[in-house]
Write a protein that binds this ligand. Structure first.
Ligand SMILES: [Zn+2]
Length: 106
C-alpha cells in the first residue's frame, strides 16, 4: 500500500492491539482500492486459537479502517475517492489522480 495510508494503518494497529495484544499480522495491502489489514486474533495454531466472536470483533475493528481508507488518498493522505481510470482501481486525491500513470505505480 502507499504512504498516504500510513497513519491509518498505525491507528488500525493501535485499535487491534488494544483488544488483541498478541494478534498476528498476516498482511497490510491495498485490495480493490481499499485498505486490507489481514490478521488473526492471536498467533495461529492448528485448529485456531480464538473464538468466532473474537474473529468477528477483530473484523469489526479492521473494517472501520478499511471504510475510512475509501476517502483517504493512498499516495499522499489527502481527501480522496475511488478512481477507475486505470486497469487497477485506486483511491486518490485530484492531484495524485493526475500524477499517477496508467500502470498505477506511485
Ligand atoms: Zn493524493
Amino acid at each position: 500500500m502507499g504512504p498516504g495510508w500510513r497513519s491509518l494503518v498505525l491507528a488500525c494497529h493501535a485499535a487491534v492491539v488494544a483488544e488483541f495484544p498478541e494478534y498476528e499480522l498476516l498482511a497490510v495491502k491495498q485490495k480493490w482500492a481499499v485498505l486490507a489489514f489481514q490478521a488473526f486474533p492471536r498467533p495461529w495454531r492448528p485448529g485456531g486459537d480464538w473464538t468466532l466472536a473474537e474473529a468477528a470483533r477483530l473484523g469489526e475493528l479492521v473494517s472501520e479502517f478499511s471504510g475510512r481508507s475509501e476517502t483517504v488518498c493512498e499516495r499522499c493522505g489527502a481527501v480522496g475517492r475511488l478512481r477507475e481510470s486505470r486497469p487497477v482501481e485506486l483511491t486518490l486525491c485530484d492531484a495524485c489522480e493526475s500524477a499517477v500513470g496508467v500502470d498505477g505505480r506511485f
